[in-house]
Each structure stands twice: as C-alpha cells, then as structure tokens.
Design a protein around this ligand. Sequence first.
Ligand SMILES: Nc1nc2c(ncn2[C@@H]2O[C@H](COP(=O)(O)OP(=O)(O)OP(=O)(O)O)[C@@H](O)[C@H]2O)c(=O)[nH]1
Length: 327
Amino acid sequence: MSSATASATAPIPVTVLTGYLGAGKTTLLNRILTEDHGKKYAVIVNEFGEVGIDNDLVVDTDEEVFEMNNGCICCTVRGDLIRIIEGLMKRKGSFDGILIETTGLADPAPVAQTFFMDDDVRARTRLDAIVTVVDALNLASRLDDAPEAEDQVAFADVILLNKVDLVTPEQLARVRSDIRAINPYARVIETERCKVELGEILDKGAFDLTRILSVDPDFLVDDHHHHNEDVRSISLKAGDLDPEKFFDFVNRETQAQGPNILRLKGILAFKDDPDRYVVQGVHMIVEGDHQRPWRADEPRESRLVFIGRDLDWAGLRTGFEACRIAA
Ligand SMILES: Nc1nc2c(ncn2[C@@H]2O[C@H](COP(=O)(O)OP(=O)(O)OP(=O)(O)O)[C@@H](O)[C@H]2O)c(=O)[nH]1
C-alpha cells in the first residue's frame, strides 16, 4: 500500500474533551484552536441550556465548529453526533482530527461508545483519548454530589488538573489522591488555564479499551446511564442592560446562592457600550471581560444562563429583568 493510500484510509483520531461544569474545557479548546500546531481540527461542541453561549465563547477560528444544543450529547443527541461524523468522513483529508467538547454534565462513556457501536463510525475513526479537565478547587465537593464528575475522572486517559492557582499545595495533594483513588492509570498534568503542551494530549493513542472494560464491563453492551435530575438551568434574555445594576445583581446572587450555582455564563449588551461583554462564573468566582465589538449584522442581545441546584429561579429572573434599560 502506498503511503498516500495509507493516509487516505487511516482512521481519523478523535479526542473527547470532558470535565465538570466550569472546569476549563472551553479554555482548553481555545488553546488548541489558537496554537500554531499546523493541524486542522473539526470541532463538535455540545452544551447544556437552551440559549447557545458556548459557541460564542470559542475563539474565532478557521476550523469548523458544529454546535449541538438540543440535548445532552451522551443521550438524546447521539444520533446527531453520528450524523455529523458521517458528514465529516465524506470530506476526509481536509482535517487531521476531530475534537468533541461534551457538556459538563455528560457521562463520557456513551460518547466514547459511539466510536465502537456504530459500524461506519468505527471503521473510519479512532478514539484517541478521553481528556478530562478537573477543577482543583471544586472537585472534592463534586465527587460528593455529582456522579458525572466521578465518571469523567474514571474514564479519562489524560487528566488536566486545572486551576492550580486557586488551591494550596495541601489541597492540591488531596485532589491528586482523590483522582488516584478513582483512576490510577490516567496521566495527570497540573495546569493553570489549561496551559499544556498539546503534544501531551493530542494524537497520543492513549485510549485503552481493555482498561475501560475493567471500569465498565457493559461498555460495549448498551447505554444505561442516568442524569442527575436535580441540576437545572435557566436561560434569560434581554436587550441592553444597565451595567451597574447587572454587577450588583450578579454579586448579590453569587453571594446568596453561590454554593448552588454550578455555572453562570452570559454575553451581554451594556448600554452605550459598543463591545460585547462576557461574564462567567463557577460558584462564587465570577470573571468578566469585553470580548469584541457587536457586529452590525447581529442583534444587541443579552443572554445569561445559570446552571445549578435548588436555585431561586424566579428571583434570578426578576433580578435580571430589573437590570434592563427601560425602552
Ligand atoms: N483561576 C482560574 N480560572 C480558570 C482557570 N481555567 C479556567 N478558568 C476560568 O473558569 C471559568 C470556566 O472556564 P471554561 O473553560 O469556560 O469552563 P468549561 O469547562 O468550558 O465550562 P462549561 O462549558 O460551562 O462546562 C472561566 O471563567 C475561565 O476563565 C484556571 O486555571 N484558573
């Protein structure tokens, strides 16, 4: 077989990026998309919540980004995932790999299963690695209350132990031992803002079916997972907002409800501000920054999503509405 034929028939490597809400998956994806590695990736992003925001947080890129917002990648949209991959396979040669960013609430096992269960997909792709991003500050609490967080660690081939800047050396040692207790095999790399040599995580051939079968003997049988139904989201929309009122609102809510706010993210139009403003939070830690000017062809629309447990949903809605600029 000539090498040209070999490359035309070689299976395309697929990397699954997973990790709990707010751990740093998009930060890692943006790093992969902006670094000068000379490769071209097709990107599939799945998110939780009706208002699509993640796609807007992925850097502008030449790569093609497919968004899947109609449900969770690990259950309802698996058919969509297969269709997207089959579509990509028809254009083989135009990219070097596929990156899939799952929602923070996804169980990575059914996503990985897709690459073994569907004959067409199995023949043309190769699951290269499941890369799990872990939030060093919050993992311990999530292991107590979120089974998905544990699954994500258990199935990982590579773990980015991220946000090391937010913890003490003692906390870091504790998280490392929590991870080791669940998954002694994965390579663990400590990072701040997911800064990692991409060669450490991409095209490693790290996925090991034998190990996965030891974690989940039914891996190749069917999917029988459930979601944590307590976690819900609210998607809020408005036109221009008053920035002062908005920051008061977010500070107030994160102080009052922070432990239950697993994630907040939004793209906002502030009165008299030509730039889009991005706000992001995980529990009590909130960050915000201008992103880029609003384009003439896009409506100035504010979108904000809260994901959490037992939140005062009505209070969030009224608080947000009160930040609107009267028309
Ligand atoms: N202090 C600190 N903040 C970080 C680090 N990595 C990411 N962040 C911040 O954490 C927040 C969440 O990061 P994302 O990359 O959006 O997380 P994600 O896993 O994609 O979030 P979801 O898609 O909502 O599950 C953002 O505000 C990031 O700027 C880090 O190493 N240290």
